[in-house]
Design a protein around this ligand. Structure first.
Ligand code: ADP
Ligand code: MG
Length: 883
């Protein structure tokens, strides 16, 4: 992850085009023309031994002949010579290249893979940044850069568009041009040998010219990098994404219900949501959505009020709203009474507010005014209009504009339906900057995009899990189970008994389950259990037991169980002679009235690592397909959201007199399963199906776990780096009191604010330092053992490294009095040691000259003061960690 040398890519002061051409219509000719007409302030230098000039500009025979080292090289020569060219350019001082040429192994069997490596080898020593190969090029219209073979020149503007597909770039330019949509950047990433989507997100997040980032993705690589960069970017500006392309489901994963339910595209949904990016369905929606985000402030919730002069339009909008997961706002009694005062007696009396087809234009304004005055239950308002003989769309629009004269407390969207006369209405709305859409569907879609965007922004603040819940997982037990199972196999299914034990070690309630080798033993075990039992077959070759009659419910008495087990064995042996039958499990028959069968699962995605799944369970899960996905780690809010996104959620909340299920217990189970997969990298997939839930809690009746030996970098398999509990350490003060040094948690925010109330300028930073991405930055706090928010914070140390991860700045929030010496020194020492483990070469501290406390801390910690280059209120202290 680095944006090093990106300024040479997007703000070059000189550009060479290697492979410039005069041949009409050739790529080399189109790029030359684009570069020369782009408006770049610096020189554009064509290179081609065959011409003296290109487009009337002096052409150089080769790189050696160039009068200066170009900041950026655009290369459009045949593939085999590109690596050599790069070596030459790098030696002259070029630090960025756009490789238009294809044929570096994007097409199998071309022998390009070796060439790809040669490209990387050529670029690496001097960190030349490469876009491509196989790219249409890059454009930065505000800078006058058009290093592409696009057929049209886009307008300058504030949208950045990044795509893996070159064709999409040119299509977008074509589409945007007549609409007057301008761009800060258009980037065709091509083969992404070096610069990838994550790098672009990092760069554009910090680019002031860019107000929103639009992505067209076919597939992301480096899941963690993509997610970290996406989250960082989405905190600063809207990031919208269209994802296309299908991905083959791994055959292995589909052996579990979770694997079959969690398609790669669903995983992307979860990733985009967690990153705070807004996903839309097609390219055009990218632009309408970004316009909506610019025009309207996001609503607080998803309750939409609808005003219409045509009942049918209202129904259409309401249907669309419900199918997209929105809610029809319900009108308060006050609102209905107030509307009675301005509408005819036969109005709909509910939302959608049908003001009736005979409505004169003023009625639209009256209804909107009343609703805005009673906006308590509304998060946004949609005003619909269809042309009628009594009210011209234009006049209705004017009435609406008048009603909104004093502003509205909630977003207002409009749709004037029709063409011949509706257009005049739309013009009025546009002139007054009201968000307007051609039909109710897109208007509702835009509303739901705002809702999703807002929710994503809220979720962005939920990236770190809270302190582990009071339950302590029995990690030793879990490790022992996994080690035993993988002793003789690289991959294996855990038998039901062990799978349940593993879950129990992480605090997931399970039915007590015993193993019996023989039918007789099964009978004995059943006799020892109070009440009816369930008998199940145990075989490494049978994944779905009930499909083969391998589950018998509600059996009582030793003899009955033994006889049933004998019949089960005989039946399965006959049906599946090759299956190894190892024995049976016996467990109590769970009987709960008003219970629900749920599924909780884990599958491992090839890009984004472990993914959690929750949904309606039972033997028909694949048919029901009611599920939601989320990435670990989870906290309570994320877990509850996950549950709320399923259809079964409504039933879990209780209905028709049936009691609600214990949703809090379900959230706890999800959080604990998330901890299990974080801690145990050997878990390849996991199914708890069914998880039986009722008002008293939930219990796993069946569990299936696939294990595989963990690779060396298993810690990096998680797309989101979880709370690094391993950094917790205790510190004993001279008077014997003990302090805990640990990574910051979001719950610490209020306590830190209160503790450092005097240090005003730091206050602004508090929200930022308590909600961090542990993959990118680190904040340690000195505190006591206990839940974040309930214990005091005595000091804070933050480490923020440059994008190349070479040097980092440390900042400290520490007590200003005396007495904190040991604590302060301990905190500084801990953060410096952490910097060492991150491979940083050097750390810095900026110390106010008037701050003797930090100054002496630095001296004691071995930092040295740098000579001041100019008078300053700060001095800089540094410590070299690597030679
Ligand atoms: P499989 O998924 O391999 O077919 P399960 O162990 O999930 O087998 O059992 C199938 C069904 O039997 C479950 O969906 C559940 O309805 C029921 N069942 C399983 N175990 C119990 C139990 N201990 N108490 C009550 N019902 C059970
Ligand atoms: Mg099952």
């Amino acid at each position: 992850m680095t944006t090093r040398n990106f300024r040479y890519l997007f703000q070059p002061e000189s550009v060479a085009l290697i492979g410039a051409s005069r041949r009409q219509g050739s790529v080399g000719a189109v790029i030359a023309s684009n570069l020369l007409r782009g408006g770049l302030a610096g020189p554009v230098l064509p290179v081609n031994p065959n011409y003296q000039s290109v487009e009337g500009v002096l052409c150089y025979p080769d790189v050696a002949a160039l009068p200066l080292a170009p900041d950026l090289a655009v290369i459009a020569t045949p593939a085999p010579v590109v690596p050599e060219l790069l070596v030459e350019l790098a030696a002259r001082g070029t630090r960025a290249a756009v490789i238009i040429t294809a044929g570096f192994g994007e097409v199998a069997g071309e022998g390009g893979a070796g060439l790809q490596q040669a490209l990387l080898d050529a670029a690496k020593p001097s960190l030349v940044r490469l876009v491509g190969p196989n790219t249409v090029g890059i454009l930065a219209p505000n800078h006058g850069l058009n290093a592409s073979f696009a057929h049209l020149a886009p307008e300058p503007g504030h949208l950045a568009f990044v795509s893996q597909s070159g064709a999409v770039i040119t299509a977008v330019i074509d589409w945007a041009k007549p609409r007057g949509i301008g761009f800060s950047h258009l980037v065709s990433l091509g083969g992404m040998l070096d610069v990838d989507v994550g790098d672009m997100l990092d760069y554009l997040a910090n680019d002031e010219q860019t107000h929103a980032i639009l992505l067209h993705l076919e597939g992301a690589r480096h899941g963690r990098k993509f997610l970290s960069a996406g989250r960082a970017a989405a905190r600063t500006k809207p990031v919208l994404v269209v994802k296309t392309g299908r991905h083959p489901q791994s055959a292995k994963a589909a052996a579990t219900h979770t694997g079959a339910l969690a398609g790669a595209d669903d995983v992307y949904d979860a990733v985009f949501r967690r990153a705070g990016m807004l996903r839309v369905n097609d390219l055009e929606s990218l632009f309408t959505a970004v316009e909506t985000l610019a025009d309207l402030k996001p609503p607080r919730g998803k309750r939409l009020g609808i005003v219409t002069n045509g009942g049918g339009l209202g129904v259409l909008a309401a249907d669309e709203l419900l199918s997209r997961g929105g809610e029809l706002a319900s009108l308060s009694n006050d609102a209905v009474a107030a509307l009675d005062g301005v509408l005819p007696a036969n109005w709909s009396k509910q939302n959608p507010v049908d003001i009736i087809g005979d409505a004169p234009p003023e009625r639209t304004g009256d209804a909107v005014r009343v609703l805005l005055e009673h906006a308590d239950g509304l998060d946004a308002l949609l005003v619909l209009n269809c042309p009628t003989a009594v009210a011209a769309p234009r006049e209705c629009a004017q009435a609406l504009v008048a009603a909104l004269e004093d502003g509205a407390s909630i977003p207002v969207l409009t749709s004037w339906v029709g063409e011949a006369t509706a257009d005049a209405g739309r013009q009025v709305l546009n002139a007054h900057h009201l968000a307007t859409y051609d039909s109710p569907g897109p208007a509702v879609a835009a509303f739901m995009q705002l809702v999703d965007y807002q929710r994503g922004q809220e979720l962005l603040r939920e990236v770190s899990p809270p302190a582990p819940d009071s339950f302590e997982a029995d990690r030793g037990r879990a490790r022992a189970i996994v080690a035993a199972a993988l002793r003789d196999a690289a991959e294996t299914w855990l038998p039901e008994v062990e799978a349940k034990e593993l879950l129990a070690a992480y605090g997931v309630p399970v039915t007590p389950t015993r193993f019996a080798r023989t039918p007789e033993q099964a009978g004995e075990l059943a006799a020892a259990m109070a009440g009816a039992v369930v008998l199940k077959i145990v075989s490494p070759d049978i994944v779905h037991k009930s499909d083969l009659g391998g589950v018998l419910l509600d059996l009582s008495g030793a003899e009955a169980v033994t006889a049933a087990a004998q019949r089960m064995q005989a039946r399965i042996s006959a049906a599946q002679p090759q299956a190894r039958l190892e024995g049976f499990t016996v467990q109590p028959m769970e009987r709960r009235s008003d219970s629900h069968e749920l599924i909780v699962g884990v599958t491992v995605d090839s890009q984004f690592g472990p993914v959690l799944l929750f949904g309606e369970g039972g033997t028909a899960v694949e048919l029901i397909r009611d599920r939601s996905l989320e990435l670990p780690p989870l906290n309570e809010r994320l877990a509850l959201n996950m549950i709320a996104r399923t259809r079964i959620h409504r039933r879990l909340e209780g209905y028709r007199g049936r009691p609600a299920a214990d949703v809090g217990a379900l959230a706890r189970i999800l959080i604990r399963v998330a901890r299990l997969v974080i801690d145990v990298p050997e878990v390849v997939s996991l199914d708890i199906n069914p998880l039986l839930a009722d008002s008293t809690g939930a219990v796993a009746l069946d569990a299936r776990v696939r294990l595989g030996r963990a690779g060396p970098d298993s810690a990096n398999r998680l797309a989101i780096r979880p709370y690094p509990g391993e950094l917790e350490q205790s510190l004993t003060l001279p008077d014997g009191r003990v302090r805990l040094l640990r990574p910051v948690l979001p719950g610490d925010e209020q306590v830190i604010r209160a503790a450092f109330a005097g240090q005003v300028e730091e206050q602004i930073l508090v929200a930022r330092i308590t909600q961090i991405d542990f993959d990118r930055e680190m904040v340690l706090v000195a505190t006591e053992t206990g839940p974040a928010g309930a214990v005091p914070v005595y000091g804070v140390a933050r480490l923020l490294s440059d994008p190349e991860n070479r040097t980092a700045e440390i900042s400290l929030l520490i007590p200003r009095g005396d007495g904190g010496d040991t604590l302060n020194a301990g905190l500084l020492d801990a953060i410096v040691r952490y910097a060492g483990t991150r491979g940083l070469a050097e750390v810095w501290i900026r110390v106010a000259l008037a701050d003797p406390v930090v100054r002496s801390l630095c001296v004691d910690a071995g930092f040295s003061e740098l000579p001041a280059t100019q008078p300053d209120e700060f001095s800089r202290w540094h410590l070299r960690l690597l030679a």
